[in-house]
Write a protein that binds this ligand. Structure first.
Ligand code: HEC
Length: 464
């Protein structure tokens, strides 16, 4: 799933990255103890893409070669009412933009899948080298139509929820109307659960009320009512969240365009204690006219007792102090895993100066495997990547993260001109270097009374 944090990052993303940075406050260091040494098996490296083999000259057509690619990789966003600025459903939509489409796919800007991955993530949306080459060749040879082809149809968004009837649907008390003009807006809505007993969630589906303006949402659990107090002070059930929702508890969902709802693997759940509120933070992008929105969240409770809680762990860079003008400031973070754990998801996070990030794991014998590589970081498209095969790690193995930043004038997203020295902070003009993991602790067995304590310490931030 993709996280867009502003359409034009230089002009509009400045009012702080709100949500994501607040994740920090609530996410604590992995604090797990003991566990026998097990020999780990690192995941095998992904197969490399085959190089491009050109098709016979003049043989490529829209109907045969291009339409299937647009249908599979672009139509989910490029259709009426969705996030992309124009539709690519009709033949003419695509043919008239052939060169632009070839340029943007060659540059790997679209589809907006930033990880250099080859099938190791679920719901991966990327073009292969061969597919990019085909689009380029077709456009360069005059974007031929071939046999006439029907307009692409996309299964319309079902009115129903994708996993059937939810156990609880939450939404703000009334429709919120976003004003026509101004910067992007971060807004927070408090959604009381009124739960009389603790529950675990096996799935969450957030359904934006208005996809033209909802760019991403973050759903938190608030166990101590602080968001409620803040809203109450504002005389409402919602408040502006320029600097974050202010909820230090867990994140249960991040929605971004194109996200597919999935259940957690059997036996794993996300905890929502009785009496807690869910807090929905929405990043709105304005459309130029007033836009009503009523976003809803559907919760699916675990019906059977769960064995393990899904937890989130954030690994920060050790140091972060990026000199003005520095084109490739490199820093890193490392974590030695103290217990047998299983990683389900990975979410790299930097701000506007981010250039690339990679995360590897190493075994005690020195062997390495890459967990994720984001070769050209794009603040506008952040993503929770779900591992197709969960990654098992054993005590003593390490997670290493390397982040590179461009604080020169050559970085078109640099928020300061001339560049300023930048350190760690919440504002979009500050920087961060973090990677979040969704994980379980293998020895946790809640029905048997083996409950791993929740981590309590707050992430160390990278300093000078
Ligand atoms: C996840 C949603 C999504 C998918 C999938 C997607 N796009 Fe886009 N596309 C966007 C958005 C949103 C924009 C507007 C630019 C922005 O905000 O980054 C855009 C912009 C574009 C542009 C205009 C870029 C510019 O410079 O103005 C082109 C061309 C384009 N997309 C082509 C494609 C093609 C071709 C595919 C499939 C191979 C594709 N897109 C897949 C969301 C998507």
């Amino acid at each position: 799933m993709n996280m867009r944090v502003g359409r034009n990052s230089r002009a509009k993303a400045l009012p702080a990255v709100a949500g994501i940075t607040m994740v920090l406050m609530g996410i604590a260091l992995l604090r797990i103890y003991g566990g026998a040494r097990a020999s780990g098996h690192l995941p095998a490296p992904p197969p490399a893409d085959a190089p491009f083999t050109a098709a016979a000259k003049g043989s490529l057509t829209y109907s045969n070669d291009i339409r299937p690619l647009i249908e599979k990789h672009c139509a989910s966003c490029h259709r009426p009412g969705q996030v992309a600025p124009f539709s690519l459903l009709t033949t003419q939509d695509v043919i008239k933009r052939a060169k632009q489409i070839a340029d943007i796919t060659t540059a790997r800007t679209m589809p907006p899948w930033k990880a250099d991955s080859h099938g190791e993530f679920l719901d991966e949306n990327r073009l292969t080298t061969q597919e990019r080459g085909i689009i380029r060749q077709w456009a360069d040879e005059g974007a031929k139509l071939g046999a006439s082809a029907p307009t692409i149809t996309v299964k319309a968004d079902a009115d129903g929820w994708s996993l059937g009837k939810p156990d609880l649907i939450l939404s703000p008390s009334k429709t919120y109307t976003l004003g026509a003009e101004g910067r992007d807006e971060f807004h927070t809505f408090v959604l009381p659960t009124n739960l009389k007993e603790d529950v675990n969630l096996e799935a969450v589906e957030v359904r934006p009320g208005n996809q033209r303006v909802v760019h991403h949402t973050i759903l938190y659990v608030d166990t101590d009512g602080r968001a409620h107090k803040r809203a109450e002070a504002a005389g409402s059930d919602n408040y502006g969240a320029e600097n974050g929702a202010g909820v230090p508890s867990g994140v249960v969902d991040i929605w971004t365009p194109g996200k597919q709802t999935r259940r957690l693997p059997a036996g794993i759940g996300m905890s929502v204690p009785k009496g807690s509120d869910l807090v929905l933070e929405i990043h709105y992008h304005r459309s130029g006219k007033p836009e009503p929105d009523l976003t809803k969240a559907a919760l699916y409770f675990s019906k059977k007792p769960i064995q393990k809680h899904l937890r989130v762990f954030g690994l920060p860079v050790r140091q972060l102090w990026i000199p003005a003008g520095e084109p490739a400031y490199r820093t890193s973070g490392r974590f030695k895993v103290p217990d047998n754990v299983t990683l389900y998801s990975i979410f790299p996070h930097m701000h506007l100066l981010g250039k690339s990030m990679s995360v590897t794991i190493s075994d005690t014998d020195g062997s390495h495997a890459t967990l994720i590589d984001v070769p050209s970081w794009d603040f506008n498209w952040q993503n929770t990547y779900l591992f197709k095969n969960p990654v098992h790690m054993a005590p003593g193995q390490t997670i290493d993260m390397t982040a590179v930043y461009d604080n020169s004038t050559n970085n078109p997203h640099n928020p300061s001109s001339p560049p300023k020295t930048v350190g760690w902070g919440e504002q979009t003009t500050d920087e961060m270097g973090l990677v979040f993991f969704g994980y379980t602790v293998d020895r946790e067995n809640i029905p048997a009374g083996i409950v791993v304590p929740d981590a309590g310490s707050v992430i160390r931030r990278g300093g000078r």
